[in-house]
Ligand binder design. Sequence first.
Ligand code: PLP
Length: 396
Amino acid sequence: MTEPRPIIYLDHNATTPVDPRVLAAMLPYFSEVYGNAASIDHEAGHVANQAVERAREQCARAIGARPEEIVFTSGATESDNIALFGVAERYAAKGDHIITCVTEHKAVLDCCQRLEQLGKRVTYLPVDQYGLVDLEAVRKAITPRTVLISIMFANNEIGTIAPVKEIAAIAHEHSVLFHTDAAQAVGHVPVEVEAMQIDLLSFSAHKLYGPKGIGGLYVRRRGPRVKVAPVIYGGGHERGMRSGTLNVPGIVGMGMALELATKEMAAEARRYRAWTSQIYERLQAELGTQNVALNGHPSQRLPHNLNVSLAGIESKSLVVQLKGIAISTGSACTSATVEPSHVILALGYGEQRAHSAIRLGVGRGNTHVEIDTACATIVAGVRRIQKLSATQPAIG
Ligand SMILES: Cc1ncc(COP(=O)(O)O)c(C=O)c1O
């Protein structure tokens, strides 16, 4: 195996490395404690089951839930699928209408599209220039046939944090359930399902220094008791909501990752906010304020995310030429295509702004020196591209 080149990794919104403390917690559950957590009649299965239940408590504690409200899944994509298809099916007798918003992750948007093909109706709310939905528009979109509102907690591209508590309150005034895709928020900003009155919430371990391929769905049990039809059928694991043998090492890792994230969140947020502000200010100082435009909300945003459009460049050409630095042009899941980001287009700016957007996500392994180096390298890269292109239009 060849050793990977050392890189300055600034793509923590796409995924994060597994924290060594998380890996250490997981390791015994591969070949020492290998029992099936459902086979509790013998010691091997019982011990695995105990580890799963400890992790369930850790996950619940991190979002202010009860352990029995956590359903383990393979990640936020699957959690979103269960929330949307599960509610649509289970509450079909009550109604056939879902409300979401145009800047959601594809994991929600593609479910909605499929639900439309299956005869459901979906309202896609627009957002303002910062990526926020209008609360009055949410209220107006509700009909007697609405069963679910699904609005993401924090956007994966621009970091804007939605007023979830207010949206949940509006949903509940009309006896509508509220789901939020919190893949980018959990472990990074405070998430409290009780205080925020969230009914269903998706999260994913690999966004918070846990392993890939494991996530969870919070499903409220009291006031109201929320029910979802399964998407995967089988042995009836996870109280029938998600069949399949549990990924014990992954679950143990996610529990540990969430415990660590909760403890370290406040200090990390301070550090990351300082770094993202520093990068933004330095890019503005060196490239000119008019050439660096922030995408997303100036203050209501994830501390570790920065998304800016840089005048006169195609972000794809910048990102691929930045040797030794990993940043992104948009959401990782859609960056295989050169379609302009649906999120930045939804903010109301033109395609040029979308095509010149870069996303930086700072994280646990970064240092001050790396942030400095990254700024200098990005600035040099932009200057190189600007020199090559004849025109340097300002951003509209
Ligand atoms: C907001 C959001 N939702 C869903 C997902 C998908 O999560 P997972 O990779 O765990 O399926 C992501 C990851 O890119 C995300 O950022």
